[in-house]
Design a protein around this ligand. Sequence first.
Ligand code: GLN
Length: 538
Amino acid sequence: MITHPKYIFVTGGVSSSLGKGIIAASLAKLLQAQGYRTTIQKLDPYINIDPGTLNPYEHGECYVTDDGAETDLDLGHYERFLNVPTSQANNVTTGRIYQSVIDKERRGEFLGKTVQVIPHITDEIKHRIQLLGNSGDYDIILTEIGGTVGDIESLPYIEAVRQLQWDLGENNALVIHLTLVPYLSAAGELKTKPTQHSVKTLMESGVQADILVCRTEHELSDSIKTKLARFCNVKKEAVIQSIDASTIYDVPNLMLEEGLDKVVLKQLDLESNQPDLGRWNEFLNRHKNPKGEVTIGLIGKYVELQDSYKSILEAFIHAGAENEVKVKVESIHSEYLFKDNVQEKLSHLDGVLVAPGFGERGIEGKIDAVKYVRENNIPFLGICLGMQMAVIEYSRNILGLDNANSTEMDESTPHPVIALMESQKDVVNKGGTMRLGSWDCNVETDTLAYKSYGRTEIKERHRHRFEFNNDYKAQIEASGLKATGYNPETGLVEIVEIPSHNWFVGVQYHPEYKSTVANPHPLFVAFVAAALKYKNNK
Ligand code: GLN
């Protein structure tokens, strides 16, 4: 343990989507594996208060923390790599910064002063950056700054970093700049100029990069590293190559080989040890050497975009490794799924997951899919909207409740088997008002959920407004779809199952958010195991 927390800032240059989140998470893993208590924070320069109101097409999945923050999907990577829960303090947006400064101004806290970007906005940014450090829970805080240097909206963040470096003093903070070294095939060469320009742009704001992490498709030669060091004012050992990897889970080892952790610890005047990556490498080994394969259909309406279901895809990687199989996920667009093609699209699958979502688009395809897997005994996991679709399908096709629906899709349905939660009825604002974060759930024994978790008391994360309508519970249960998990205080149904089916589980919560490399989610592990069993018995 160290007395004063140390700060690492990660900025990006040249291009977006270089994987700052993965580099930050990988470095944090290496530091954590040497005994440093490490956390990662993401600063997002957009004006939304949080990504909760963003369409997945804009910004990928919205990740939810235990304390109910709707956050950037990079926080999911931080948790999956570090196995330490994040919170509201780990994701800050420009919207949130401005909102709190404006609220303070309304309360008269600036004592008649003119409120300005510098110092008021930058002070608020500095305050948010240091919240995690001041908690006393961490030795090292990595702060990833969203966007690319040179963006107008990133400027206050870069200025806050510049000031903090002075405030914190030597050896207490450093800046890692992630850039791209492109390969021009016509010239047959790697090009350093974009990196030089990007470092220069950062310097125009008074920030000197201490370490360069260079994304590249080809090995950086010694002479390229020398050139980058010379033109960008960094030591040669601080030019780190980050070559394309076959899996994001390889990146910690790649960074270890490059010595990123050593350079960082040296510059922060901290001791460097051999990181203990034993469990991590065991996982990698199982992930890379599967003994079999299962194919799972992922049915959703954002399937063309990998990032929309990020946590689900990663949870399958963890659960696959645990079962020593490769999980091949086949994305199926629910909008193009109909009664007459459902067999053709689903019959070869070993398991089907119906994804979370909002709104009417694509829901009939999800319902047709549930009917098909229910009737054909194919293992099924429904998450949030997926669970709600399972209840609707059962009500329509087994109970004969014609046009049963969720009031989200049809306000005047004759059978609102899924309905708006009581606590949501007076809610007007859309942002941050769903049932969010971690809630208790009691699991009934002798159920698939109990077999998976091995316990009766669990906590899972939620993000929804609608719920299983308990007015229909007796009727639905009598016909064979059982409620097997409840919230102990409200009686809200959190899990449903069909005991007569091979493996059929719907959950109102999002198990995918809690799956990590160190702790693969038990429900995903059990679902993959059921798919494997189903495949072997085919
Ligand atoms: N739209 C549904 C609700 O609000 C499901 C939400 C979800 O899948 N996350 O209840």
